[in-house]
Design a protein around this ligand. Structure first.
Ligand SMILES: [Fe+2]
Ligand SMILES: [Fe+2]
Length: 184
């Protein structure tokens, strides 16, 4: 009896997404090292935490495949790209990476819809929401750096930004989670 409730195509697509999440984790880890080497300990910490979050996403996909009776597979992760040129480049790349990942998430939602695989469709909604949060977080990084003066930022304002990100939460609140009782 075949107990796998995922189609072959869906299982392969979910495994590919597992690898993408692992790849994102490695990218943010390598950017974290770059920031650390350049003296931005707070930003490095922020990127390390974000790297960990991407790894958790990978595990979430793995768990789901297994829970549906499928065969999860750990595949090779491509090497991270070259180091960013500067902080603006770093934050722009983080943002772009999140936007690209959202496209992959939407492709999975689309496939689930086509297959009428409502379990996977429902599972994917968590990621749709998570991507709104992650894009918002990345946009905030770009905004904060702009306010600090961008590439022309003084050492002092970069120091303040670095300190702020050291303590910054990597959780952002979303409008759709706000209620009258809990507006934030
Ligand atoms: Fe992710
Ligand atoms: Fe992400």
């Amino acid at each position: 009896m075949n107990t796998n409730r995922l189609s072959n195509e869906m299982q392969s697509a979910l495994i590919r997404q597992m690898t993408k999440e692992a790849h994102a984790s490695q990218i943010f880890l390598s950017y974290g090292c770059w920031a650390d080497i350049n003296g931005y300990g707070g930003i490095a910490n922020f990127l390390y935490r974000h790297s960990q979050e991407e790894r958790n996403h990978m595990i979430k996909f793995m768990r789901y495949i297994l829970d549906r009776g499928g065969e999860a597979k750990v595949e090779a992760i491509p090497a991270p790209p070259e180091n960013p040129k500067n902080l603006t480049d770093c934050f722009n790349k983080v943002f772009q990476h999140e936007v690209d990942n959202t496209t992959s998430i939407y492709e999975l939602v689309d496939l689930a819809f086509q297959e009428k695989d409502w379990a996977t469709w429902n599972f994917m909604q968590w990621f749709v929401k998570e991507q709104i949060e992650e894009e918002k977080l990345a946009l905030e990084l770009i905004d904060k750096l702009k306010i600090a003066g961008g590439d022309q930022a003084s050492d002092e304002s970069l120091f303040t930004l670095d300190k702020a990100l050291e303590e910054a939460s990597d959780e952002v609140s979303l409008p759709q989670t706000a209620t009258a009782d809990n507006p934030s």
